[in-house]
Design a protein around this ligand. Structure first.
Ligand code: SAM
Length: 317
């Protein structure tokens, strides 16, 4: 089958927003190449084992490449993509040149494009993401492997926003916690939560492609089962009480999620959230406090923030 590849030339700070726009326009898979990540990978901050010769020569900025199936008429959607990328300036994000380039690729090229840059990466102290097609042996006693096929949804683990939430889960999970993962994408955070010892995990995504991808990835990680996955917008219609809610979504989407997260957490429960570019940090912090949360911890990688907020216990008197 033939696919159309659409590449947006942008800046590091806009990669997630651009990925979201491409995803929302009907892309089946999105690949991020960010010069900041590559510098970071070379530095080996997380002890990853990316081979030097696999790092492309993207010296500055970033590019986001999306793959559209044959049934999407790409020339028709390109103007809207360009316009939405340009509109990111209104949200305080610099999309850079925002140049959009399209080309036809076949199935085989797509698979190769993904596989070329995707290697096992030790993301946190205990969590290593391993591409499904690579054999990898654990290198230290507590290391837990998340096997992923990233081909279909956001969430290879290496994007700073995902890494922040993997770090937060590693900090907060002690064993047995009930967890909801909002905007699960590839399912990476749910799989990590279970491997770290969480109890019941429910995962939701608006996008059926993500739901299907998460289901496939859970099959690749039988030790993480069971995880309940469903298509849902945020926590609409969900009324439960869990210990942890994790969400890596753009700040604009976190805002309406905050009151829903408060309602669905047990007193003392924690809301772990990322997807927050530096300019949006104050908005999210204020929204959390206005909705009754206490901001317990702030995490940061480059321009991205993660927050751990607590739903306070009721006063004893
Ligand atoms: C940045 S990705 C995060 C994926 C993964 N959880 C991770 O941390 O790598 C955000 C995900 O949220 C989903 N999403 C966006 N808006 C949503 C909504 N209103 N309700 C549920 N999911 C949503 C997208 O489809 C996408 O899969």
């Amino acid at each position: 089958m033939e696919w159309t590849q659409v590449t947006v030339i942008t800046e590091s700070e806009a990669v997630e927003a651009v990925s979201y726009i491409l995803d929302d326009s009907g892309a089946t898979g999105v690949k991020i190449e960010d010069s900041k990540d590559f510098h970071h990978l070379k530095a080996g901050k997380f002890g990853e084992i990316v081979a030097a010769d696999s790092i492309p020569h993207l010296k500055t900025g970033a590019q986001v490449t999306a793959y559209f199936p044959q049934d999407v008429f790409v020339p028709e959607i390109l103007p809207t993509i360009k316009q939405r990328v340009e509109q990111l300036r209104e949200f305080g994000l610099n999309p850079g040149s925002g140049q959009v380039v399209s080309a036809a690729v076949d199935d085989e090229d797509w698979a190769t494009a993904w596989k070329k840059y995707y290697k096992p990466v030790r993301i946190t102290h205990d969590l290593t993401v391993v591409p499904e097609w690579i054999d990898y042996e654990v290198e230290q006693p507590n290391e837990k492997l998340i096997h992923l096929d990233p081909g279909m949804a956001f969430g290879t683990g290496t994007h700073p926003t995902t890494t922040l939430m993997l770090q937060a889960l590693e900090m907060e999970i002690r064993g047995g916690e009930s967890v909801i993962d909002v905007g699960t994408g590839s399912g990476v955070l749910s799989i990590a939560a279970r491997l770290l010892g969480a109890g019941e995990v429910q995962a939701y995504d608006l996008d059926q492609v993500a739901v299907d991808s998460a289901l496939e990835n859970i099959k690749l990680n039988p030790d993480a089962a069971p995880i309940t996955i469903g298509a849902n917008s945020l926590l609409d219609g969900i009324h439960t009480q869990v210990d942890l809610i994790v969400a890596n979504i753009l700040a604009e989407i976190i805002v309406p999620l905050v009151p829903q997260a408060f309602e669905n957490l047990k007193p003392g429960g924690k809301f772990l959230t990322s997807g927050i570019i530096a300019d949006k940090f104050d908005l999210i912090k204020t929204t959390l406090i206005e909705n009754g949360f206490e901001v317990r911890e702030t995490l940061r990688i480059k321009d991205w923030y993660g927050i751990i907020a607590v739903k306070p216990l009721p006063d004893e008197d």
